[in-house]
Ligand binder design. Structure first.
Ligand code: ATP
Length: 439
């Protein structure tokens, strides 16, 4: 199993992920993606969009504003209950998320912490204050006046931008039931202690689907979406089946809106943790919107004319947690010709670059020209191709191994004679001669 510090160090060294605002000493819980990381992240997000939206007839996309009318978060229950348990150590006055101090539920109390002898991670003492509920919504003010009337929130989940557009979509394109609305975008949570690299951030990206169904069909639709989620994780993200685990979340740990939740957990270097979740949200959100807005959220069945407020199944993915699962799976250290190397065995569809093209020697004009030609051909065909003529070939291979480029194409003197190139495979390091037109 790879170690988290090795992955963090590779991400920084090679330009995948940097600490947010690093030049100013950082900003806790924020991360910036560099040139390689943004490629990986976008490929993951695009693969998700293709799988769940483009390749299906029952899914449609939306892209809502991050700033929403604050009534959204009152109606959804977030202003009242979107909270984590916060506890302060009375000795050192550091604050922690109480349920993370051991094997506790989110309803943990001071008495439970004390009788379980849960020590302060900072000072080691057991002297806890009362556990309080800490609301995770970020507040801001919209417009030039900062008072209660201008209060707004950064969205805590993308889901509400979907629910608030349900009626717009039904009124405009009237999809057959069941159907799903999908959205990708930023979400913000004022996490008590952001940690474990991008795993728990304060600003992160979600990919959510609200799948609207007839109330009495929720179970079959839940099961179907669960199968799709497995298929996506195992056959598109190529995560190992034995690292993925279903957790049927008990009622006391479920979000306030959910009647059933299955968390998909993954074996990260930090342990087995939630990668994504699929929740049955009943008609909780649409009914709340109907009540708060006074607008009708019913759907009229096209065959029977029967009207009802749809129930909802929600598969909710965190992009950062997928990025971390993909990197955990890909990261590998092995030995090649007696020396150790780091290699990212990323699947072809997720690797930032599919090919790296280089001339054997930089100072030979005819090799440079031919290599540029091959580069142009591959670039036109595949798009994500990189060029490297720095250092010697061995160093180029090491660098491409670390950023996960599946194939390195080298143009040498033989190429000038027979239009073949050396293709070196990242995982096996085997080299083959291949005709340029067959690449
Ligand atoms: P956790 O229990 O780990 O705090 P959650 O159950 O609150 O997560 P959900 O509200 O179900 O998470 O959010 C859906 C998904 O969004 C999660 O499965 C995860 O992938 C992602 N996510 C949630 N919080 C964070 C965060 N702070 N940083 C990165 N991703 C997150």
């Amino acid at each position: 199993m790879s170690r988290l510090e090795d992955i963090v160090s590779l991400c920084k060294r090679r330009g995948f992920i940097f600490q947010g605002s690093e030049v100013y000493g950082g900003m806790a819980g924020t991360w910036d993606y560099g040139p390689l990381g943004v490629e990986l992240k976008r490929k993951i997000m695009n693969a998700w969009w293709k799988y769940f939206v483009e390749d299906r007839d029952d899914m449609y996309g939306v892209d809502a504003a991050i700033l929403m009318n604050p009534r959204t978060w009152v109606a959804s229950g977030h202003t009242a209950t979107f909270a984590d348990p916060l506890v302060e150590c009375k000795e050192c006055h550091k604050r922690f998320r109480a349920d993370h101090l051991g094997d506790f539920s989110e309803k943990v109390t001071r008495e439970e912490l004390t009788s379980a002898n849960a020590k302060c991670p900072n000072c080691g003492k057991v002297n806890w204050d009362e556990v309080k509920q800490f609301n995770m919504l970020f507040r801001t003010h919209v417009g030039s006046v900062s008072d209660d009337s201008s209060l707004a929130y950064l969205r805590g989940e993308t889901a509400q931008g979907i629910f608030t557009n349900f009626k717009n979509v039904v009124d405009t394109i009237y999809p057959d039931m069941p159907f799903g609305l999908a959205q990708q975008g930023k979400a913000f949570r004022n996490e008590i202690s952001p940690r474990d690299f991008v795993f728990r951030s304060r600003e992160f990206e979600q990919m959510e689907i609200e799948y609207f169904v007839k109330p009495n069909t929720w179970e079959e639709n839940f099961d179907k979406l669960l199968v799709d989620v497995h298929d996506f994780l195992e056959n598109v993200m190529m995560l190992p089946v034995d690292s993925i685990h279903e957790l049927d979340v008990p009622e006391e740990d479920r979000a306030h809106y959910s009647k059933r939740t299955i968390d998909m957990e993954f074996d990260y270097p930090i342990g087995r943790e939630e990668l994504m979740g699929i929740a049955y949200r009943t008609d909780f959100d649409l009914s709340n919107i109907q009540r708060e807005s006074g607008k009708n959220m019913e759907y009229r069945d096209k065959k029977t004319n029967e009207t009802f407020v749809p129930h909802v199944i929600e598969p909710s993915f965190g992009v950062e947690r997928l990025v971390m699962a993909v990197l955990t799976t890909a990261y590998c250290e092995d030995e090649v010709d007696g020396s150790s190397r780091v290699v990212l065995k990323l699947p072809d569809n997720l690797a930032p670059y599919r090919f790296c093209v280089s001339p054997l020697l930089k100072n030979k004009l005819e090799l440079m020209e031919k290599a540029r030609e091959v580069y142009a051909i591959l670039r036109k065909k595949y798009g994500n191709v990189t060029w490297d003529d720095s250092g010697n070939i061995g160093k180029r291979y090491r660098k491409q191994d670390e950023i996960g480029t599946p194939k390195c194409v080298v143009v040498d003197f033989e190429t000038l004679e027979d239009d073949t190139v050396t293709v070196r495979d990242r995982d096996t390091t085997k080299q083959d001669r291949v005709k340029i037109i067959e690449l």
